[in-house]
Design a protein around this ligand. Structure first.
Ligand SMILES: [Zn+2]
Length: 227
C-alpha cells in the first residue's frame, strides 16, 4: 500500500514538472487545449496523475479547467500583467530596504557575472530563454538579500505568471530593448554596491514599470498581427 502511494505521488510530480516545463517553454501555447488522454499516452502514465498535476498547475494559474469544455493553457490579459508587475514592483522595493544592508560580497560578485551574461545574449529562442533565466536570477538575488523568507516566497509565486506572459510575446520581444534593460540592470547593481536603498528603489521601479509597459505594448502588437 505504502509503496503504491509513493509511486503514484512520484508520477504526479514527474507529470507536473514535464507539463509545467512544456507550458513555460511554449511547447503548449496560451489558450491551447490540453488533451489529457493523449498526454497520458505520450508520457506513458494513466490519466489520474495527469489530472492531479493539472489541478496543481491550475492553482498556480498556468492552466484553466473548464468543467464542460476541457483544460486550457492560461491566457493572460493586459490587466493580469499590470497587476503582476505592480505587485512585483512593490515587493522588490520592499526588499530593497533591507537588501542594501544584507547583500554580501559574494552576491555582488554573482550579480556582476549575471550582468556580463545578460550582455552576451542572442535573440534566438534559446538565447531568450537563457536571458529570462539570468534576469530572473538577478531579481531573485535582490529579493533573497532582503533576508525576508515570506517576501521571497510571494515573489517566487509571481514568476510563473510573468514567464507565461513572455511566452505570448516571444516573437515581438526581439530587437532593441536589451540595451535599455542592460543599463537598468547595471544601475540596480550599482545602487546595491553603494548600499543606497533610495537609489535602489528608484532603479527597481524604473526598470520594472518600463518592462511592464514594454511587455503590454508588445502583447498588443502581437494580438493585432494575429487578428
Ligand atoms: Zn530585470
Amino acid at each position: 500500500m505504502e509503496l503504491a502511494k509513493l509511486a503514484r505521488r512520484r508520477a504526479t510530480d514527474d507529470v507536473y514538472d514535464s507539463l509545467r516545463q512544456a507550458i513555460l517553454s511554449g511547447v503548449f501555447g496560451p489558450g491551447d487545449r490540453l488533451q489529457i488522454p493523449e498526454i497520458a499516452e505520450k508520457l506513458g502514465v494513466s490519466p489520474t496523475p495527469i489530472r492531479h498535476a493539472v489541478q496543481k498547475l491550475a492553482t498556480e494559474g498556468l492552466v484553466e479547467v473548464h468543467p464542460r469544455s476541457g483544460t486550457y493553457v492560461a491566457t493572460l490579459a493586459v490587466h493580469d500583467i499590470e497587476e503582476t508587475f505592480d505587485i512585483r514592483c512593490a515587493l522588490e522595493c520592499l526588499a530593497a530596504e533591507t537588501a542594501v544592508r544584507h547583500i554580501t560580497e559574494q552576491e555582488l560578485e554573482r550579480l556582476h557575472e549575471l550582468l556580463a551574461g545578460l550582455r552576451q545574449e542572442s535573440v534566438d529562442e534559446e538565447g531568450l530563454r537563457r536571458h529570462e533565466r539570468l534576469n530572473s536570477e538577478l531579481h531573485a538575488t535582490v529579493v533573497r538579500a532582503s533576508g525576508n523568507r515570506r517576501l521571497r516566497e510571494i515573489h517566487e509565486s509571481l514568476k510563473a505568471n510573468i514567464q507565461i506572459a513572455r511566452v505570448h510575446v516571444v516573437e515581438g520581444y526581439r530587437g532593441g530593448r536589451f540595451d535599455m534593460e542592460q543599463a537598468e540592470h547595471a544601475e540596480i547593481v550599482a545602487a546595491l554596491e553603494a548600499r543606497d536603498a533610495g537609489r535602489l528603489q528608484c532603479a527597481l521601479r524604473n526598470h520594472i514599470l518600463r518592462a511592464k509597459a514594454s511587455l503590454i505594448h508588445t502583447l498588443a502588437e502581437v494580438s493585432t498581427q494575429h487578428a
